[in-house]
Design a protein. Structure first.
Ligand code: NAD
Ligand code: UGA
Length: 485
């Protein structure tokens, strides 16, 4: 199929989530000549994108509010009218969720493609004329075949009445990281476009060329593009599991993982990025994308390849439980009825996203042991934490709440949401740092320490505190990968 035109005037993006929203906002901002309609089935998400108060956008992402405010209402529109937006589009981006399948064939590993398939069917039905369909979601290799099959069934290239309906499918995976999404979109390392139809590839490239240098735009075949996205995430996650495995070795040998990271990262073949040991990787994608790779490898009868990648995920889960176990051990073998503060719940700093956050497993382990948690995060919403922990927060605060005493007697875990990091420290035996928010790097330990019950501990799973400051505040310290403490 050869595209008739290389001019794109109207874009529809299906899915107004962490990828669709910021990506389309930047495209609209950089391409004032293109109308961009971002559509979603979720009314409340669309309503939040349309909020006049930019602090209430559904996603917290540094710099996003400024980009949205420049383009929204001019050439950037958010709506629930999916069919209308598809019908007027020259190009449709599919940017919907692709979580791991929860049941059926491939359950626990394969991607659940029901939302992608639903989009393909909706595009097949509502598109008019020639439409370029772009896979922006992360998809298993050869998904384009499915999308293409659904679209082909609706094509009528020889139609005599009206405009003939034709489609081309491209793959254009997104590499942004949450917390730095706007910078990643405005100044990407590369743009990857996979496809078979060169005119359509150039139509998409011409959008990016409005702000991305030509030498950063990589063209490949469809399957290489789909597989490169899964592989990029697997490689990044594999570095984290590698350094976390070394952190455990550091802790028992007297080495310091920060020094090891620095020493190995100085080798330009290894490089310095993605070598921070922590509580394990979180986020909506690393785990699901590796599991997807594991599924594909098994599907294509490559069990050794599947086992290799499976271990990256196994080590990650182990690291999370290793941390909760060592906290319990350090606190004299029991945390039942003990108050513990958790600093940070999101899976990384500068996002409000808690999907697959290591804090979820760590907090659940401690609640299971009967701990009373004061969970403070600058951006995570209380109702989201309740969903993640499958437990309602108690109110008023633990120290004024009779539930606290009752829970201690019964050995039940409870949690509450203090308004600040300082407030969270009241009466706790330990503070566990789980997210590397700037606020926690700069906290006054002089002010925090007197509020805690002694002996008091800081468990720094991100390696962000200065050990001498913690010690001079009279606190004991565990730092990830620090065998020299
Ligand atoms: P998300 O869950 O935040 O957003 C997806 C949106 O799609 C939801 O709002 C949902 O309501 C909407 N949706 C689903 N089916 C729909 C349909 N048929 N019609 C209209 N709307 C529909 O997901 P996300 O984090 O933006 O991720 C989207 C894709 O991008 C995934 O494949 C993910 O792997 C990939 N990705 C994510 C990131 C990231 O940082 N989050 C980065 C790169 C790639
Ligand atoms: C990641 C990739 O970095 C993006 O390129 C990709 O587009 C995206 O996944 C995706 O496909 O969803 P993201 O998950 O948003 O982005 O954030 P990262 O910065 O990669 O962090 C992921 C997790 O790894 C976080 O929990 C973070 O704390 C952890 N991490 C990261 C470490 O523990 N150590 C590091 O050195 C780096």
């Amino acid at each position: 199929m050869i595209a008739n035109s290389t001019d794109i005037n109207n874009i529809c993006c299906i899915g107004a989530g962490y990828v669709g929203g910021p990506t389309m906002a930047v495209i609209a901002d950089r391409c004032p000549h293109i109308q961009v309609n971002v559509v979603d089935l979720n009314d409340s998400r669309i309503a939040s994108w349309n909020q006049s108060d930019l602090s209430k956008l559904p996603i917290y992402e540094p710099g996003l509010d400024a980009v949205v405010s420049r383009a929204r209402g001019k050439n950037l529109h958010f709506s629930t009218n999916v069919n209308k937006a598809i019908s007027i589009a020259d190009m449709v981006f599919i940017s919907v969720n692709t979580p791991t399948k929860a049941k059926g064939l491939g359950s626990g590993q394969a991607s659940d493609l029901r939302w992608v398939e639903a989009c393909a069917r909706q595009v097949a039905e509502s598109a008019q004329g020639h439409t370029i369909v772009v896979e922006k979601s992360t998809l298993p290799v050869r998904t384009a075949e499915t999308v293409q099959a659904i679209l082909s069934a609706a094509q009528n290239p020889g139609a005599t009445a009206g405009r003939p309906k034709t489609f081309v499918v491209l793959s254009n995976p997104e590499f942004l990281a949450e917390g730095t999404a706007i910078n990643d979109l405005e100044d990407p390392d590369r743009i990857l476009i996979g496809g078979e139809d060169s005119a359509s590839i150039e139509s998409l490239a011409s959008i990016y060329k409005n702000w991305v240098p030509e030498n950063k735009i990589i063209r490949t075949n469809l399957w290489s593009s789909e597989l490169s996205k899964l592989t990029a995430n697997a490689f990044l996650a594999q570095r984290i599991s590698s350094i976390n495995s070394v952190a455990a070795l550091c802790e028992v040998t007297g080495a310091d993982v920060r020094e090891v990271s620095m020493a190995i990262g100085a080798d330009s073949r290894i490089g310095t990025k993605f070598l921070n040991s922590g509580p394990g990787f979180g986020g909506s994608c690393f785990k699901k994308d590796i599991l997807n790779l594991v599924y594909l490898a098994n599907y294509f009868n490559l069990p050794e390849v599947a086992d290799y990648w499976q271990h990256v995920v196994t080590l990650n889960t182990w690291q999370q439980h290793r941390i909760s176990r060592l906290i319990v051990k350090t606190l004299f073998g029991t945390v039942t009825g003990k108050r513990i503060a958790i600093y940070g719940f999101t899976f990384k700093a500068d996002t409000n996203d808690t999907r697959e956050a290591p804090s979820i497993n760590i907090a659940k382990d401690l609640l299971e042991e009967g701990a009373q948690l004061a969970i403070f995060d600058p951006k995570a919403k209380i109702d989201q934490i309740e969903i993640d922990l499958n437990l309602k927060a108690i109110s008023p605060p633990i120290h004024n709440n009779p539930r606290s005493k009752e829970a201690s007697i019964k050995g039940e875990g409870i949690w509450w949401a203090p308004k600040s990091a300082i407030e969270a420290a009241n009466g706790v035996d330990a503070i566990i740092i789980l997210t590397e928010w700037e606020e926690f790097k700069n906290i006054s330990w002089e002010e925090v320490a007197p509020k805690m019950r002694k002996p008091a501990w800081v468990f720094d799973s991100r390696g962000i505190v200065n050990p001498s400051i913690i010690k001079s505040a009279g606190l004991k310290l565990w730092r990830v990968g620090d065998g020299a403490l």
